[in-house]
Design a protein around this ligand. Structure first.
Ligand SMILES: [Zn+2]
Length: 589
């Protein structure tokens, strides 16, 4: 009986939650108003799918009684099969330092209802603050207060709040964009309602007043390599560059634009699906020195076509008038275990801010709440005489302004680089585990793949990062759960640590990538018929949108991800020589 109950209980949350609906780094930030439209049809599709899945769920329930006995047998067979598979796997993929046991007291002590209490509190904070927890809003400040107060009341950790300044940005007047193709002038529509706008402003653009024609040039591909820029005709220098969405961040594209001395950038959407047509709300680096606008796909593509035809005389005039506002403070929070070697610190990080468009309950309330649960549960265990303390200090951090370009984690890493106080230096950090989006409604169990770290990552961080990848992967395999590798090229807060040669890793349940049929079928097969989510829509259809609310969390998927995070922390905490495990080539200390 208990076997059958255990087999079914975890499946039910997914039946009701699964298909309700994550990147950071400004690759894609549709504005609130456009979201309402494009989000609605997806939500309808999802509601319809929910109904079907609910019916399916009921059928499964009715079928339960009939198949109960055979399932009991199946479970036993699966368990045996699993053990055999695991033993075979173990000899191939796990190093000698990996403990044979996948039992984890910390993972077993995580209570998902408690984690959901934290998430509900974040929703309540957003609802009371115009629906958002973005930096420089009451919702963000209340989020930080909540984390600090909760940690202070429930742990004996040393809690620190550090503020850094972020540049403010505002327009003084509406920007103007006029094209002149073979002398025919056309003026484009700027609107804060992105769904109707031809173009939108770009945060941290500089001012520009080009009232004379400036020639356009369309950068081949997406402008993420020198090759693209060198092949551009006419050459980019002094011209206005049309740059399509894709591959690298807008900040990276702007770096190339600076290098090739363009007069201004016109980003445009790629139009590969109906929700990738409108202009996007994106930001450049705070120290950006180039004027930029963001165009809809149709405007961008038509101008690119004109620019590519060298017999056409393709020009634009544009005006961007920005306003100087005072900087605003943004806080990072870090809480340290009072025990453990501060010169060997495990850093667990997650960003605390949302996008302006919504409450950010999956992005990144889910990581914020998971981090809080890890911190509080570990403090509770450390109070018990039977749970051995870790040799290493654990530092739990909540980064601010991730959504403006990883600002909080970058600030922290920069400060640590020049710190001289023991325990605050970058050299005191052994590893950073990052949790940014763990509860996506149409989730994958995504594991950052150490092998996809950027080419310029210091080599000393690579073996350990691959070890961490394998650590998570082994947990999912052992628990007979599906899993996937996800990109590790710097789209979240681990980037600042990895770039300094600190081992990093983490989990990610998916954002604006499509769930493929293959993924759906594989998850279906391992989790149960109908539970693999919906193929052909993104892993989080509410990513960076107003609908990223408490309804946007998949409870079943979320619970597994938090357990995996707890398992990894305990595993690292219990290593005899964590430094040697993470830095095998340098493990001489
Ligand atoms: Zn995020």
């Amino acid at each position: 009986m208990s076997t059958i109950a255990l087999f079914f209980i975890p499946l039910f949350p997914i039946i009701f939650h699964s298909i309700s609906a994550d990147e950071d780094e400004g690759i894609m930030l549709p504005h609130e108003s456009s979201i309402a439209n494009s989000g609605n049809s997806i939500l309808k599709t999802m509601k319809y799918a929910k109904l079907i899945i609910t019916i399916l769920g009921i059928s499964i329930l009715l079928g339960t009684v009939v198949v109960a006995l055979s399932i009991a047998t199946l479970v036993k067979v699966n368990q045996k099969g699993g053990e055999v598979l695991y033993n075979a796997e173990k000899s191939i993929i796990t190093s000698k330092a990996v403990q044979p046991s996948f039992e984890s007291t910390l993972a077993a002590s995580i209570r998902i209802d408690e984690v959901m209490t934290y998430l509900n509190e974040l929703q309540r904070i957003a609802t009371a603050s115009n629906g958002t927890r973005a930096v420089n809003t009451p919702g963000f400040n209340a989020t930080l207060d909540y984390i600090v107060n909760y940690l202070t009341a429930n742990t004996n950790y040393k809690v620190n709040k550090n503020y850094f300044d972020v540049r403010n940005f505002a327009l003084a007047t509406k920007p103007i964009l006029i094209s002149s193709i073979n002398g025919v002038k056309k003026s484009y529509n700027y609107s804060t309602d992105i769904s109707t706008a031809d173009f939108y402003h770009v945060k941290f653009s500089t001012s520009a007043n080009f009232s004379n024609n400036i020639q356009l040039t369309a950068i081949p591909n997406v402008g993420c390599t020198d090759d693209d820029w060198l092949k551009a005709l006419p050459s980019p220098e002094g011209r206005v560059a049309l740059l399509k969405r894709g591959m690298c961040t807008y900040r990276d594209k702007a770096k190339y634009a600076t290098k090739y001395k363009v007069a201004a950038i016109l980003f445009f959407n790629d139009g590969i699906s109906p929700d990738r047509v409108s202009p996007l709300e994106v930001n450049l680096a705070q120290d950006n020195a180039i004027p930029a606008l963001f165009l809809s796909f149709s405007v961008g593509q038509s101008l690119a076509n004109a620019a590519l035809n060298l017999s056409t005389n393709a020009n634009v005039q544009l005006t961007i008038d920005t306003k100087d506002l005072p900087n605003f403070p943004v806080g990072n929070i870090c809480a340290d275990t009072p025990t453990g070697d501060p010169t060997q610190t495990i850093v667990i990080g997650s960003h605390s801010d949302s996008k302006a468009a919504g409450a950010g309950i999956n992005d990144n309330g889910s990581g914020t709440a998971a981090n809080l649960a890890l911190a509080v549960t570990l403090a509770r265990l450390f109070r018990s005489p039977t749970y051995p303390r870790y040799k290493y200090r654990v530092r739990f951090c909540w980064w601010g302004a991730e959504e403006l370009g990883l600002l909080g984690s970058n600030y922290h890493a920069r400060e640590a680089k020049s710190a001289i106080v023991v325990g605050e230096r970058l050299s005191d950090y052994l590893v950073n585990l990052n949790y940014d989006m763990l509860g996506s409604s149409n989730y994958i169990f995504g594991i950052y793949d150490g092998r996809t770290a950027k080419n310029d990552t210091p080599p000393k961080a690579l073996p350990g990062s691959n070890q961490v990848t394998a650590l998570f992967r082994d947990w999912f395999i052992r628990n007979k759960l599906p899993w996937d590798y996800t990109d590790f090229s710097g789209r979240s807060d681990y980037a600042a640590f990895l770039a300094e040669g600190i081992v990093a890793g983490g989990l990610f349940s998916g954002a604006d990538d499509m769930k493929t049929q293959q993924e759906r079928d594989r998850y279906d097969k391992m989790l149960g018929q109908g539970l693999g989510g919906i193929s052909g829509i993104t892993h989080d259809p509410c990513y960076h949108k107003a609908c990223d609310s408490i309804q946007n969390i998949n409870l079943f998927g979320y619970e597994k991800m938090v357990q995996a995070a707890a398992y990894a922390l305990e595993f690292l905490g219990r290593q005899d020589d964590l430094k040697a495990w993470l830095y095998p080539a340098r493990g001489t200390h």
